[in-house]
Design a protein around this ligand. Sequence first.
Ligand code: IPM
Ligand code: MG
Length: 374
Amino acid sequence: MSKKYQIGWLPGDGVGVEVLEAAKLVLDKLDFNAEYVHGDIGWEFWCKEGDALPQRTIDLLNRVDAAMFGAITSKPMKQAEQELVTELRGKSLIYRSPIVRMRQLFDLYVCLRPCKGYPGNPLNFKENIDLVVFRENTEDLYAGVEFSPVPDELRETLTKLSKPFGAFKDLNGADYAVSCKVNTRKGSARIVRAAFEFAAKHGRKKVTVVHKANVVRAADGLFLEMAKEVAKDYPNIIFDEANVDAIMMWLLKNPFNYDVLVAPNLYGDIVSDLCAQLVGGLGFGCSGNIGDKLGVFEPTHGSAPKYSGMYKVNPIATILSAKQMLEWLGEIELANKVEAATAAVIKEGKVRTYDMGGSNTTLEMGKAIAEKLA
Ligand code: IPM
Ligand code: MG
């Protein structure tokens, strides 16, 4: 008897629920021995309980082998909701994205975003694009070290320690905001190593480090320094580097010049959206948030409130995320089956969701892929 996996199942809000339902049609058709455990997450719990990622869901994620996550809505709150949350959470009314919290809480430091153009997809920018983005997932501008208003203490310290800060030193705390970009040696090295390890394992030829070290000298300088250090351990893989602005143009100009890309958190967020668009857009952007103990897999698109309840959006991003989950669990054969079935449905072109120019529903796409499983 094969191992029985415990899979956290976190649909969240809006179309998150729908795309996970479609992915389940595929998973259920596989010989994958798993128990799916529902976890509460999302806007509803922020409004009702003052916490979008309740402690019981954190406990659940501590128990499971891996998790699938849909999407979360965040929107301005109604007056009554505001009051309730203020009461529940005291003064802290800042909504922090639960997925960002989850990445940090569980140290899911690798955000792995493969962007592969499947033949026959009418949305491919060019045929045969096959890029893999490694995005640092816990620090950088996502560290959450932010001040608005800026406390006097911080202003005094910065006035003392930073010459350029002189330009801001006479502002009132409420008239500016500070978000800190925190990159560590450890955090930078481990994401770059993950990218090189992937390249070595999968016969990839080149790793491109994305940065802006010519301007953001401290934080990006350190990222680049660590990248160069780690690259020395992989003499057979080409080390390449590019400024984040320039690479946006070059990726459009010639995506085939690139292979594996690795970037600090925010640049990785941006680069991975561009790369997803090259292979079909939001409906095809899959991702894994991966740590040493847990992997949480999700489509990169949001909850798309305007499509909520319509079963209209493309579930392929989620199905390919499920494929990534199977791969991470070591179920390579099953992962390959899911990918082959997805590729076959895309190639055949009979079942297409609205983004692909068709009129099939989310679940029809899920079903078509499930039926193609060999
Ligand atoms: C992503 C998303 C998230 C991010 C949002 C929803 C917080 O854009 O996963 O790429 O910025 O990381
Ligand atoms: Mg994003």
